[in-house]
Design a protein around this ligand. Structure first.
Ligand code: 0X9
Ligand code: ZN
Length: 426
């Protein structure tokens, strides 16, 4: 009898060890045969069908939500679902076009970096969190008189959310940049690190003026847990990594978790499996909570707030929660948007950005960081930049496009700050 119990015990232990091992060593999610489709959505019923599908986010993953301007949705579909997907589309007369044939091919290509890139850090490839942090340390060490680290707080998994303040003189007006709140939007942290580097090293008079005349508070990777997960396990991860109390789906859309019109007007989802899950309560995510607490402590040190996202090529201003109303200073925000878009488009790439309020130009989004800063901290100039591209590569923007995207950021930012200053906000 004793022997039997011993055997049962040993077996149980083995099972526990095995499941722990699979969790730890679970392989990377692969996207072989996953396609991305551009759907043209003409009515509410078609919208509802797609909304239903998107609840099954590992099989049908929304890359770009429906917006009234383009009347399009970009959706990634698992190969096993293709037949079902095609018949649903024809049943509901939804026309579609494949924009990416095989997501895994793009993920593989993204990892192949030119042999020439032997520098410890640069902008011809994407880096993991540890590499970005090591680079940040080296920058802090190299420029001790004008840089300073700041800490936003701790993530759910206990990582430190770090930022860098660049100040060339006391009393400068401040600009806060938050980047990579959505984990899979890798171009955002690549652009943020490039921008930091430019502020510290560029000899261009216009950039020097940007660095010398303003204090920059920059968080290159805000959603640290999600970003790490997007590198280690699942390239297409968007949300935070906090498990839900009762649902198996993990994480919250951090950009729906802020306490400003939280979960109103269908601007977020109450379904934990949705990519736009708002959380059970505002500030349920330690990251969002930490950011609001931190921003309150430096409330008087900045007047402009910018959040980096991809993709779609937009410069978006408040409001996100309604398109029935617009901020009092909307005309100014449009003027700044126009300056940004004109500057970007005048570069040789000719990249077109659209601008306007989130709810008007894109879609209703509630509980976003930008709207929280605008509405609750009363910062009158707050924008979301949605970087390249428009769907050809989507979130998997090839490394060769990092630098062109960064050049566009600088041209746009110079114009944005110039106009903001001219209008008296800085
Ligand atoms: O939906 C979002 O959170 C952003 N688009 S993304 O494709 N990167 O997910 C847009 C949010 C912009 N709105 C506000 N900040 N108000
Ligand atoms: Zn985003």
């Amino acid at each position: 009898m004793r022997l039997l119990w011993l055997c049962v015990g040993a077996l149980a232990l083995l099972l526990v060890l095995a499941s722990a091992a699979t969790l730890k060593d679970s392989p990377k999610e692969r996207y072989d045969g996953y396609g991305v489709y551009r759907l043209s959505v003409k009515n509410k019923l078609q919208q509802a069908v797609i909304e239903q599908l998107s609840q099954l986010s590992s099989k049908y993953n929304i890359w770009k939500d429906y917006d009234e301007q383009s009347q399009e949705v970009h959706i990634m579909v698992a190969p096993a679902e293709l037949q079902h997907f095609q018949s649903l589309l024809s049943l509901h007369a939804i026309s579609s076009e494949q924009i990416i044939e095989n997501v895994q091919d793009l993920i593989d290509a993204e990892q192949v970096t030119p042999a020439a890139d032997s520098a410890p850090f640069g902008w011809t490839k994407y880096y993991e969190l540890a590499e970005i942090e090591a680079w940040l340390d080296s920058v802090l060490a190299a420029y001790p008189t004008v840089t300073e680290e700041f800490i936003v707080g701790q993530s759910y998994e206990g990582r430190t959310i770090r930022g860098i303040k660049i100040s060339h003189k006391a009393g400068n007006p401040g600009i806060f940049i938050e980047s990579n709140i959505h984990a899979r939007e890798w171009i955002t942290s690549a652009s943020a690190t490039w921008f930091i580097n430019e502020l510290l090293t560029s000899q261009e008079p216009a950039v020097r003026n940007l660095a010398d005349s303003y204090d920059w508070h920059i968080v290159p990777v805000f959603n640290v847990d999600g970003f790490e997960y997007s590198h280690a396990k699942n390239r297409m991860w968007r949300k935070t990594r906090q498990p839900h109390a009762t649902n198996e789906c993990i994480g919250v859309d951090a950009n729906r978790n802020f306490d400003s019109h939280w979960l109103e007007n269908n601007g977020a989802s109450s379904n934990p499996c949705s990519e736009t899950f708002a959380g059970d309560v505002p500030g349920s995510e330690p990251e969002a909570k930490a950011l609001t607490e931190y921003l309150k402590t430096i409330e008087n040190e900045f007047s402009v707030y910018i959040s980096f996202h991809s993709y779609g090529q937009y410069l978006l201003s408040p409001y996100g929660h309604t398109k029935e109303e617009f901020p009092d200073n909307y005309d100014d925000l449009l003027e700044i948007g126009e300056a940004f878009a004109t500057a970007v488009e005048s570069l040789p790439y000719g990249t077109a950005y659209r601008y306007g309020s989130t709810a008007d130009v894109l879609y209703v989004a509630t509980g976003t960081s930008v709207d929280w800063v605008f509405n609750e901290l009363n910062k009158k100039v707050a924008f979301t930049i949605e970087y390249r591209d428009q769907g050809r590569y989507g979130f998997i923007l090839p490394p060769v496009q990092i630098l062109p995207n960064c050049q566009e950021l600088m041209a746009g930012m110079l114009a944005l700050i110039d106009k903001t200053q001219e209008l008296g906000y800085l």
